[in-house]
Design a binder for this molecule. Structure first.
Ligand code: R5P
Length: 296
């Protein structure tokens, strides 16, 4: 029976203090529902609204990529340094311990391989399975200008609608075919289309000329892919330039897991993204962390 004798009348209603209603600081996200904002706040650190996402989903179309042959061995030690992990459901279930508490950005399209036309994708995860996996966001490849542009935008629309029903945000990923130039005009077109079709944040590439305009015209946060492996200092310079020109972070793969010292590299990338560290200073950090013997 309920303990009716012990019900207490509240005493402190703070009548002189209006109810606290704070704006949600992440670009373009203030009108979203609580669950959506909460998931985005797990990916983008609310302190600076930036993120270091670790992308390890490459196997979904290119198989055992260098550095990802054994995700259970090479990726698991990196997860603690990432704000979020971008991964396929197969790699997540088989190779990442469920005790991992970092938010998952779930690769949600696929259906092709490097042997065929890359833009020929379909929705590759049911929204119920994404919920089951506790995904914090869904990732969709969009091939503007590609052979299957129309279908890939259709995939984005389907996934945004499914995610919206469950409060799960969607990241649009601008897939660029070999025949297309990654300049500001193209990236501006592709990123803006993703945002206009409902993506809650967008992943794209950095371009040396005009990236600030690409970022300015995208009404949701932009994160950059690292692209092919560069020398560590060059990758840090690229990340730094992107951040200073308006990116909200990185979703970096090969430039971290193919580095000579992946744990040192991801910490150096964090310094650039979250501490506005200059690339040269972050590179010094990389070198000093790299020199620490494993296990110390
Ligand atoms: C590519 O389609 C995948 O989504 C990768 O996650 C993406 O390219 C980011 O990885 P990287 O930094 O190696 O380019």
């Amino acid at each position: 029976m309920a303990d009716l004798d012990d019900i207490q009348d509240g005493k402190n209603y703070h009548l002189d203090t209006p109810h606290q209603s704070r704006a949600f600081g992440l670009r373009g996200s203030n009108a979203l529902d609580w669950g959506m904002q909460n998931r985005l706040a797990r990916i983008f650190n609310p302190r600076d609204n930036r993120t270091v996402m670790l992308a390890v989903d490459h196997g979904y179309f290119q198989g055992p990529t260098t550095g990802l042959e054994r995700i259970d061995i090479t990726v698991v030690p990196l997860v603690a340094y990432a704000d979020a992990l971008m991964i396929t459901r197969g790699a997540l279930r088989t190779s990442i311990p469920p005790e991992m508490t970092r938010p998952v950005v779930l690769r949600s399209t696929g259906g092709q391989s490097i042997l065929k036309e890359l833009s020929n994708e379909l929705v590759a995860v049911d929204i119920e399975d994404a919920v089951r996996l506790n995904a914090s966001a869904l990732a969709v490849q969009v091939y503007i200008g590609g052979m299957h542009e129309h279908e890939s935008i259709g995939n984005l629309v389907k996934i945004v609608d499914a995610g919206n029903r469950h409060g799960i945000p969607t990241m649009g990923v601008t897939g660029v075919g070999k025949e297309l130039v990654r300049d500001a005009k193209y990236l501006g077109l592709a990123t803006r289309i993703c945002a206009e079709m409902g993506a809650h944040f967008v992943k794209t590439y950095y371009c040396e000329k005009g990236f600030a305009r690409v970022a300015a015209a995208c009404p949701v946060p932009l994160v950059i892919a690292g692209g092919k492996k560069l020398a560590e200092l060059d990758a840090l310079k690229m990340a730094h330039a992107a951040i200073q020109e308006g990116a909200a972070g990185v979703d970096m793969g090969r430039n971290i897991f193919q580095s000579d010292a992946p744990e040192a590299m991801i910490q150096a990338v964090r310094a650039v993204v979250h501490e506005d560290e200059k690339p040269e200073t972050a590179y010094e950090l990389y070198l000093s962390l790299k020199s620490v013997p494993v296990g110390r």
